[in-house]
Write a protein that binds this ligand. Structure first.
Ligand code: SF4
Ligand code: SF4
Length: 295
């Protein structure tokens, strides 16, 4: 999961300068698990921050809303009602960096401020402690290393065994941490990986990592559709479901995200061709006739 922590109150107070009404938006997924930006944390931070600003003699009203996943457009759609009805000076996002950017892209007329510092993809290793496990290098080598990542867990990011500085199984760079290569080797016999580890691995393909710029992935071609699935496509999906009487367990979620796969769903090109055809067949006066209810 993505691990993040709340920014200092002093930094958040600076962001609030000159703002009177702010919407704090929490996220109910990763950042709620690491106690940074879930519903409770968002309400707590909003109260603390508005009190701190009010104590300095300035007005600040912070309202709170928490969505299930801030990084998915469909989940942040309900916020448009709040933004439409009330005049917020800014949104304070308590999502990870992806959540902040999803809000900023969906609501470009409203300033979106980050309430969290996003840290890494990691796992809890003991109560209250999370450790980094993956940097998303785009070329995973866990197959050869017994499930232990040498990129995140070895400060030198070595791929062919330890550097030689490890002592008693501990890393020479930080002696409070185990040398991951000692761990990989110690468990290699168990996993039947010893021979694999003795092979020299070629240099890692870093072109798939951050150094290659913005990364973009089409995970499944059959799911690749424009966001905000059309009403017609949704109706077609429902028709298919009724005819087959079947729904996969994940369909409800995919449908909610606007990514529902269906062989009968039109793709972006088909939809746009259909619209073009319709426009061509219409006469200029059609729009007026439609407005007055004649057609
Ligand atoms: S090798 Fe790359 S993808 Fe695999 S866990 Fe490490 S950083 Fe993540
Ligand atoms: S001691 Fe092990 S984990 Fe530390 S830098 Fe050397 S090889 Fe990497």
């Amino acid at each position: 999961m993505i691990v993040a922590e709340q920014k200092d109150l002093s930094e958040l107070k600076k962001m609030m300068k000159g703002k009177k009404k702010v919407l704090a938006v929490g996220c109910g997924t990763c950042v709620s698990v690491c106690f940074a930006g879930g519903q409770k944390e968002t309400s707590g931070l909003a109260a603390e921050l508005s009190t701190a600003v009010n104590v300095d003699g300035e007005d600040l009203d912070i309202e709170v809303k928490t969505v299930q996943r801030q990084c998915v457009q469909e989940f942040i759609e309900p916020i448009s009602d709040d933004l439409g009805e009330k005049d917020y000076d800014a949104i304070l996002s308590l999502g990870c960096g992806v959540g902040v950017q999803t809000l900023a892209e969906r609501y470009p007329d409203t300033r979106v401020l980050p309430g969290l510092d996003t840290q890494f993809m990691g796992q809890p290793v003991e109560p209250g402690v999370w450790e980094e496990r993956c940097v998303g290098c785009g070329s995973c080598v866990l197959e050869y290393t017994g499930g232990l990542c040498p990129i995140t867990r070895c400060p030198k990011q070595l791929f062919n065994g330890p550097c030689g500085g490890a002592e008693d199984g501990m890393c020479e760079v930080d002696q409070s941490l185990p040398c991951v290569w000692s761990k990989i080797w110690d468990n290699s016999e168990n996993l039947d990986l010893t021979d694999t580890l003795l092979d020299v691995r070629p240099p890692q393909d870093w072109s798939t990592s951050r150094s290659g710029g913005l990364r973009r992935t089409v995970v499944r071609d059959d799911l690749h559709q424009p966001f905000a699935i059309s009403k017609e496509a949704t109706e077609e999906i429902e028709k298919v479901e009724q005819n087959t009487g079947q729904e996969n367990p994940e369909d409800a979620f995919l449908k909610e995200m606007g990514l529902m796969p269906s062989p009968t769903v039109k793709n972006e090109k088909e939809i746009s061709e259909e619209v073009d055809e319709k426009v061509k067949s219409e006469k200029p006066e059609d729009d007026f006739l439609r407005q007055i209810g004649v057609i």
